[in-house]
Design a protein around this ligand. Structure first.
Ligand code: CP
Length: 308
């Protein structure tokens, strides 16, 4: 069973194969209308369940379109509308869904929910985001970086802001793909030490630098994310804005990174909070390539899971 649950527990050779495969599939579709099928139809006859316990635009649409382009069918399910949201166990849900569908993608809150789904499902399970990680996003970000700048190995990535679930998957990826990672944010919002320790144990250079200008020096890629994540209470908004204001990615900060540095944000963004519109729409930004590449990267992930 090939689940795609996290980057740190997936074989590096398989991760590399997925990124390269995504690029090949993207190139093969160049210029074609989005609704046309791929030449290859590897998911023909396959049914994919897409479960959302949290809101989504990119994950929902890119998985749905990706399955259809590859000849499969989808059912998009809201956790609240399922018995899952009314007390049925994850384990029973996993066993039942496995009788109907060939692949399950789930976006949920707790990592334990994802793990229980994977333990009891008899079909592959893909992590579409938990409070703890977002591996599909970071596979996409690596694909996007390499599309613009070549191999990410040995490059410097600087993260400005909250040490959240998206940062965690960057740390997982630093260890697996061999790039340097600098975190710049206030101490209360530091990532869990385990993410840093694991990446370092795999040979990645991972640093914490409180001064964002120093943190982006020499950076090939500058990344940020929303200051208040979906799982954070809205009551934390004002405190977080006060904590993170100094870590905003603006043109003055980008001027300290390499001249050809890229800027990424997984979106959705709160423009002029974590990043200014001048940066988001400026010459360093690849945010919409990043959004598009969710489609291509996840198609490769699904094919890897299903072995097709
Ligand atoms: N980046 C991302 O996962 O976007 P959605 O929340 O819209 O799916």
């Amino acid at each position: 069973m090939k689940h795609f649950l996290d980057i740190n527990i997936t074989d590096p050779a398989d991760l590399r194969q997925m990124i390269d495969h995504a690029r090949v599939m993207k190139d093969a579709r160049a210029g074609r209308p989005k609704g046309t099928p791929d030449d290859e139809q590897p998911l023909a006859g396959h049914m994919v369940a897409l479960i959302f316990e949290k809101p989504s635009t990119r994950t929902r649409v890119s998985f749905d379109v990706g399955v259809r382009q590859m000849g499969g069918q989808t059912m998009v399910l809201s956790g609240n509308d399922m018995q899952l949201g009314h007390g049925e166990t994850i384990a029973d849900t996993a066993r039942v869904l496995s009788r109907y569908v060939d692949l399950i993608m789930i976006r949920t809150f707790e990592e334990a929910t994802l793990q229980e789904m994977a333990e009891y499902a008899t079909v592959p399970v893909i992590n579409g985001l938990t409070n703890r990680s977002h591996p599909c996003q970071i596979m996409t970000d690596i694909m996007t970086f390499e599309e613009h700048r070549g191999p990410i190995r040995g490059k410097k990535v600087t993260w400005c802001g909250d040490g959240n679930n998206v940062f965690a998957s960057f740390a997982h990826a630093a260890g697996q793909f061999g790039f340097d990672l600098t975190f710049s944010g206030p101490p209360p919002l530091d990532p869990e030490q385990v993410f840093i320790d694991e990446a370092r144990a795999r040979g990645a250079k991972v640093e914490i630098e409180r001064n964002p200008q120093k943190a982006v020096e020499g950076a090939d890629l500058v990344v940020t994310d929303t200051w208040v994540s979906m799982h954070d209470p809205q009551s934390a908004r004002e405190r977080r804005h006060n904590q993170l204001r100094g870590y905003q990615v603006n043109e003055a900060l980008m001027a300290h990174a390499k001249p050809d540095s890229l800027f990424m944000h997984c979106l959705p963004a709160h423009r002029d909070d974590e990043a200014t519109s001048a940066v988001m729409d400026g010459p360093h930004s690849v945010i919409f390539d990043e959004a598009e590449n969710r489609l291509h990267a996840q198609k490769a992930i699904m094919r890897w899971c299903l072995g097709v």
